[in-house]
Ligand binder design. Structure first.
Ligand code: MCN
Ligand code: CUM
Length: 796
């Protein structure tokens, strides 16, 4: 009789364990950066540029210095004397810390004041007199490359245009040939607008430099503390072992907390100069106007199609607007992130993608926001193109996708852009989704509603996306290879602590990593504490983004647990007085193969590691694992949405949303569902209501929550989730694939496709997100495509 523990009961793999971090969060006992107060702490505020593009004639800070309670005013000029006016970005560009020569976007950091409290600092910012000489403004890629456009980055040698890169991937000649063979060519032009992660907690930092110990401790809202430590060491030329970065609780990241922001750098310098702790907490407007935006990218897409529906080739050209500094975080090899993961779910012989990135007078951005490096755009473009192509061929939306899917038996599959996908059951997921939504029935309802003047629509989005940035052969940021780590210490009573190089921002790592340890060792999850985010204690890792934590750090947790189990086996053999080969494992216990009743628990082995180890064995039960994954993980998802559009007002309501996610083995099904619901909520918000753009003068329109709407429970539709399809990841130690971004990546196209489907037959091919009622109304009324690309009229 097996004496193995019941894995679900101990909170192992597959247990919908309640999130342990919520014990403190729902009691208001979280410890966020702004909750921390240090003795003698001062406060920093940032003066931002009101103009989008202007030469700085002069900065006079004398009145600010005179205000009682002001300790320091930092300007670009002062930063320059310490070689800190500019800093390197995560994409081999430079970014102004505080402006010296020009301001290049509205909201750019111009000066900082450090004072006794934030109110004095804010008042003092207003007392700084800056004289600007306005320059012509660029707010889109077309203007950026127009004849005679002002060169935004005239600070850079040899930069005589606004083009950052021209990049291509795929087979141009082969694609051209395939297009010559096509029966039908389907074309679509799209703009994926700027969107902003807007976590509830803004960015912030507290720098604490101690002259006596030479140690710099920085509490900050970062998703990647070790990378920040390395950046501070390299940029500020401080010794790395004297830098300690601590990410306390983070109130949502969504990619917003990956970049290095000037506020972090200024608070550090101020603390070094003043030898006192300096706190900077960004306000909402500062966050919305200046920190990492996402998307803002245009697509010209074309598909070469055979009459029967076979896709012969895909051609994509993208123009991306990166704002004033190319500061996206992305793997060094790929200028436009993983945009070329587009069409990975479909069996397409040949494809070509060209991408041109340009500067503009907008806040730097492009990547962050539940994106895994532009996968969000890739899947949106793909699924909008799939819908348009099916329409152009007069084929059924579902059937067109099904016939072009990579089939279950075709894995591993090399995509036309060079990725290797390794597993999935695409057709099965689609069947589950169609059944759940009642596809055939809905099509009938839709037709009869049409006859009565009612506009119903159904949108499908099916996609596989690359999650888990790593393997170190292909993925690095600034040359730092992408892998991750876990350290596990099992104490003598069998309780344990696990630390990783990732950093949770709400995803629930404190809950799920313990479940992996439980699965591997049989230690109840409640006996395992998880700690992340302190560079003095956590093993080196690349942080949390690109849904890489489970694929990489989570894998490391499994691997380090296995190392611990291997040592525990030796201890068990010693305790049981048999040879190691005679020892068997079942969850939580080693036993003698020939006498299964004779066994020792993992806790007994732990005690022995400190009190009764065999001669010659190194004491203790601790280890570290660094994990370099062989491939990305490729979750698959089907999102199907039905809507009703009111032709009189352009308002559209979601009727049903069905999600079928296959993210391999689910560690914690409840957390996975939370991730999917959160992602769908964001997808709905992007498709329906979130509008942040720029007028011709470069004023940011929508930099407040009156314009940039966050969906509440009231406007968010219900979601029906399906989990019956599970294709384990073939290379992940526990078969898990990433999930953190799937629904935000695949969701938007489902909502937009549904509205466009409701408008089918009107000749309207596209409405750019967000599908605001006035845009939908304009499309229906004038039977034309509606774009939301900037500039917008400032009197709108
Ligand atoms: N999980 C699981 N089983 C799987 C896959 C994941 O139980 N097969 C669990 C994980 O263990 C983890 C959570 O689901 O607790 C998300 O895991 P994963 O897909 O590995 O993603 P990350 O932990 O790396 O999170 C990053 C991802 C990104 S990049 C953005 S952006 C985003 C997202 O997560 N930001 C978020 N979801 C967020 N959710 C919250 N609440 N807050 C954010 O800032
Ligand atoms: Cu791109 S947003 Mo997440 O990867 O932190």
């Amino acid at each position: 009789m097996s004496q193995a523990l019941d894995e679900i009961k101990i909170g192992g793999l597959g247990a919908s364990r309640k999130r342990v971090e919520d014990n403190r969060f729902i009691r208001g006992k979280g410890n966020y950066t702004d909750d921390i107060t240090l003795p003698g702490m001062l406060h920093m505020e940032i003066l931002r540029s009101p103009l989008a593009h202007a030469r700085i004639v002069s900065i006079d800070a004398s009145k600010a210095w005179d205000i009682p309670g002001v300790h320091l005013v930092l300007t670009g000029e002062m930063m320059a004397t310490r070689n800190l006016a500019w800093m390197p970005t995560l994409s081999y560009d430079t970014q102004a810390v505080l402006a010296t020569d020009k301001v290049r976007f509205q909201g750019q950091e111009v000066a900082c004041v450090i004072a006794d409290d934030p109110y004095i600092a804010k008042d003092a910012c207003e007392a700084i007199e800056v004289e600007y000489e306005p320059l012509p403004v660029i707010v889109n890629p077309e203007q950026a490359v127009a004849e005679g456009a002002p060169v935004i980055r005239d600070d850079k040698e040899n930069q005589d245009s606004n083009v950052i890169f021209d990049w291509e991937v795929g087979d141009a000649a082969g694609t051209d040939r395939a297009f010559e063979q096509a029966d039908v060519i389907s074309k679509l032009r799209l703009h994926y607008p700027r969107s902003h992660p807007s976590p509830i907690e803004c960015c912030g930092s507290i720098a604490d430099f101690n002259r006596a110990t030479s140690k710099l401790t920085v509490y900050m809202t970062t998703q990647a503390p070790h990378i920040i430590r390395a950046a501070v060491a390299l940029v500020a030329e401080l010794p790395e072992h004297m830098i300690r970065i601590i990410s306390p609780d983070i109130g949502g990241g969504f990619g917003n907390k990956v970049p290095v922001y000037p506020g972090y750098v200024c608070s550090i310098l101020a603390s070094i100069l003043l030898e006192r702790p300096v706190k900077w907490i960004e306000d909402k407007t500062g966050n919305l106007i200046s920190t990492g935006f996402a998307r803002d990218i245009y697509l010209d897409g074309e598909m070469a199609l055979r009459r029967d529906g076979k896709i012969l080739a895909v051609r994509m050209h993208c123009d991306s607007d990166h704002g004033a500094f190319f500061s996206d975080a992305q793997p060094s090899k790929f200028k436009i992130g993983l945009l070329h993961s587009a069409f990975a779910a479909y069996d397409i012989p040949v494809a070509h993608l060209s991408a041109r990135g340009t500067y503009s007078n907008k806040a730097p951005g492009g990547v962050a926001y539940r994106c895994s490096f532009r996968v969000t755009e890739a899947m949106f473009f793909q699924e909008r193109m799939m819908q348009a192509a099916a329409d152009d061929l007069g084929l059924d939306q579902a059937e067109f996708r099904r016939m072009n899917f990579v089939r279950d038996e075709d894995f591993p599959h090399r995509t036309p852009f060079g990725f290797l996908t390794d597993s999935g059951q695409y057709a099965k997921c689609l069947e589950v989704g169609l059944k759940a939504i009642g596809y055939e029935d809905f099509r009938r309802q839709q037709a009869s509603a049409r006859e009565r003047g009612r506009l119903l629509g159904l949108g499908i989005s099916t996609m596989t996306e690359p999650l888990g940035a790593g393997n170190s052969r292909e993925y690095d940021i600034l040359g730092i290879k992408m892998f991750d780590s876990a350290e596990l210490k099992v104490h003598m009573t069998g309780k344990a602590i696990v630390r990783t190089g990732a950093r949770t921002q709400g995803q629930g790592h404190e809950t799920t990593w313990a479940q992996i340890v439980s699965h591997e060792l049989g230690i109840p999850a409640e006996d395992v504490v998880v700690e992340e985010g302190d560079t003095d204690t956590a093993p080196f890792g690349m942080g949390t983004y690109a849904s890489r934590s489970t694929p990489v750090a989570g894998a490391a947790v499994a691997m380090v647990s296995r190392k611990i189990r291997a040592k525990a086996r030796k201890l068990a053999a010693h305790l049981l007085e048999v040879s190691e080969e005679d020892v068997e494992w079942e969850l939580g216990r080693f036993y003698v193969r020939s006498a299964p009743d004779r066994g020792v628990t993992i806790q007994e082995c732990a005690m022995a590691a400190y009190s009764n180890m065999p001669d010659g064995m190194e004491p203790g039960l601790e280890n570290t694992a660094y994990y370099d994954p062989p491939n990305l993980t490729w979750p698959f998802a089907v999102y199907i949405v039905t809507v009703e559009v009111d032709p009189e007002t352009g308002v559209w309501d979601v009727l049903t949303t069905v999600a079928v996610d296959d993210c391999g083995v689910r560690i914690n099904p409840m957390i996975v569902e939370g991730q999917i619901m959160g992602g769908l909520t964001e997808a709905y918000a992007m498709a329906n209501m979130q509008f942040i753009t720029f007028d011709a003068e470069g004023n940011c329109v929508g930099s407040n929550y009156m314009d940039y709407l966050l969906p509440t429970a009231w406007e968010t539709p219900g979601f029906e989730l399906h989990s019956e399809v599970v294709t384990p990841c073939p290379h992940h130690p526990i078969g898990a694939k990433g999930i953190g971004e799937c629904a935000a990546v695949g969701g938007p196209a489902a909502f937009v496709n549904a509205v466009m489907d409701a408008l089918s037959g009107t000749g309207v091919r596209n409405i750019d997100m967000p599908l605001l009622p006035d845009r939908v109304w304009e499309a229906i009324t004038y039977r034309r495509d509606v774009s939301g690309a900037p500039p917008v009229r400032s009197d709108d």
